[in-house]
Design a protein. Structure first.
Length: 299
């Protein structure tokens, strides 16, 4: 596998069913209290067990003392099917990208309990990825695709007009198949949580930010490995840095970015503080992975 560049940051969310709000469950702490009372089993959905959405959901639940793999039930549901499944009562909550969180609100089925940027400000999200074999066999094609996508990311973030045009494009039936009025506000960081709160988010979805979004940070790749270890998706500690260096192609990105005159960070590591107060800087990934009170480590 080769991660060539990042495509965007932020902009995902956790939706809870309206029936939970009727029970007084609207936040992480109120959900934790309800689960602790063990009146019933709560069910949450993510898009794939190793997806970013699974990691955001697990991290958010764990931040409030809920073990997502022991204290509730977790199921896998494709993004376009999330709202329909919530409507028929198959789940109590889900984590997914847009427009499905906004759709749940518009259809009066659910509300936004948390945005992904509340969990990790400026977190990585989608990437441009290929097989390692493709990069090896077609290096020129790889760089050409990267250049085109990087230029597109720069164009999207350049103006409100460009973001609106992008939203109109992806809302079409051949892509997401939704109303542009549903998807555009959250692309712009204009949120309504479905419970009466409205705000302009300080950390909206971004696509470029002078290349900060697009740089394939080694520390970002390592972070996901720490969470895979935390939740027992991998059974032993890998050489975190070596794996990240192999997969995240900083070398190729630097070549392409330099040609396009896009700034390249001096370091491939960055520091972040997540919702639970844990600081991630990539310096000791094994200690970080083993340092969470709530976990499913296969020791």
């Amino acid at each position: 596998m080769a991660i060539l560049m990042g495509l965007n940051r932020n902009g995902q969310a956790i939706t809870l069913a309206d029936k939970l709000a009727q029970e007084g469950i609207t936040t992480g702490p109120t959900l934790a209290r309800a689960i602790a009372e063990k009146k019933r089993t709560y069910t949450f959905a993510q898009t794939f067990p190793t997806s970013t959405h699974a990691m955001w959901l697990y991290y958010w639940l764990a931040a409030y003392g809920i073990n997502p793999l022991k204290d509730d039930k977790v199921i896998t549901v494709p993004p376009p099917q999330m709202v329909a499944n919530m409507r028929v009562g198959s789940m109590d909550g889900f984590c997914v990208g847009e427009p499905w969180n906004a759709v749940a609100i518009n259809q009066k089925i659910g509300f936004t309990a948390a945005t992904s940027q509340e969990i990790w400000v400026d977190h990585p999200e989608k990437v441009l990825g290929t097989t390692a074999e493709f990069v090896q066999k077609y290096p020129n094609t790889t760089r050409a695709v990267m250049a085109a996508v990087l230029d597109a990311c720069r164009w999207i973030d350049a103006s409100l007009s460009n973001k609106t045009r992008m939203a109109n494009t992806i809302a079409a039936p051949g892509y997401v198949n939704t109303q542009v009025e549903t998807i555009l506000p959250r692309i712009l960081g204009r949120y309504a949580n479905g419970l009466g709160r409205n705000w302009d988010d300080k950390h909206p979805m971004t696509f470029y930010e002078d290349g900060q979004v697009n740089f394939p940070w080694l520390s970002d790749g390592m972070w996901f490995l720490t969470q895979f270890r935390r939740w027992g998706l991998i059974k032993t500690d890998p050489d975190y840095l070596a794996v990240a260096r192999e997969v995240n192609r900083v070398d190729l990105y630097t070549q392409v970015a330099t040609e396009l005159k896009v700034p390249v960070p001096a370091s491939s590591m960055r520091t972040s503080k997540l919702i639970d107060g844990m600081v991630w800087d990539g310096k000791d990934p094994k200690a970080y992975a083993h340092g969470f009170k709530v976990n499913d480590l296969a020791v």
